[in-house]
Write a new protein. Structure first.
Length: 234
């Protein structure tokens, strides 16, 4: 990849740090979480710096090492007893504010498109509407947690919509990488994520975003079920 202006990787690196700090605020096990996240980032940084992901013609693709460990971790958290305990102890208020990190991510993606390292479809000028999630997060936080009340319908709908938005761009981004499975953007493929630090987008940032949504949705649905179960019969 051609040399990028320094402000682009610096901005992205700061965004990764911000995301880790904001998500860490949502968990009571902050130090162990941040320690594990640091190890994972260091591992992915090592692979990215050695050019491991630049070999894109293998089957299975090496990019699976970006995706499978986070996917397995999220599935384990959502399906095991200890994982559900961890999920249910996360602070849904902090999880909501966490999504402001999607604003600088979208700015970096626009810059990367201007440097011809990702396709336009990955920006808010193309098929990526994820900036809505970042811009709306402070408003949803404000109206979702007025006083001691929790606006469950608003929070639930917003989390579902924003989850769909991030899944949409993930699918488009992965199918734009120059692998045997590429479907989009042959004229300007998604090459940024095969280099450090941008390989931290699919391996770190996106999994945290998805986990934040899934955790919030689970908590909101559980609270709704509990209130329905506990309501007295007429």
């Amino acid at each position: 990849m051609e040399q990028l202006p320094l402000y682009i990787p610096v901005m992205f690196g700061l965004t990764v740090l911000l995301a880790g700090w904001l998500f860490g605020r949502a968990t009571p096990a902050r130090k162990p979480f941040l320690a594990l996240l640091a190890v994972w980032i260091a591992f992915q940084a090592g692979l990215g710096l050695t050019g491991f992901y630049t070999v894109t013609n293998t089957v299975p693709p090496r990019l699976l090492l970006l995706l499978l460990p986070p996917i397995i971790t999220i599935v384990a958290l959502m399906s095991t007893a200890w994982g559900k305990t961890f999920i249910d102890r996360l602070d849904i208020r902090a999880l909501t504010l966490f999504h402001v990190v999607r604003i600088p991510v979208e700015i970096v993606l626009l810059w990367l498109f201007m440097q011809k390292t990702i396709p336009e479809l990955m920006t808010f000028e193309g098929r990526n509407f994820d900036i809505f999630s970042g811009l709306s997060a402070p408003l949803v936080y404000w109206f979702g947690f007025i006083g001691n009340r929790v606006n469950k319908p608003l929070l639930l709908i917003w989390n579902l919509v924003c989850l769909a938005l991030v899944v949409n761009i993930v699918v488009n981004a992965l199918l734009s990488v120059p692998t045997p499975f590429q479907q989009f953007a042959f004229d300007q493929p998604n090459i940024a994520i095969i280099y450090f630090p941008f390989n931290l987008l699919p391996s770190c940032l996106v999994p945290l975003v998805i986990l934040a949504h899934l955790a919030a949705i689970r908590q909101l649905l559980r609270k709704e079920t509990a209130s329905t179960t506990q309501s007295p019969l007429p």
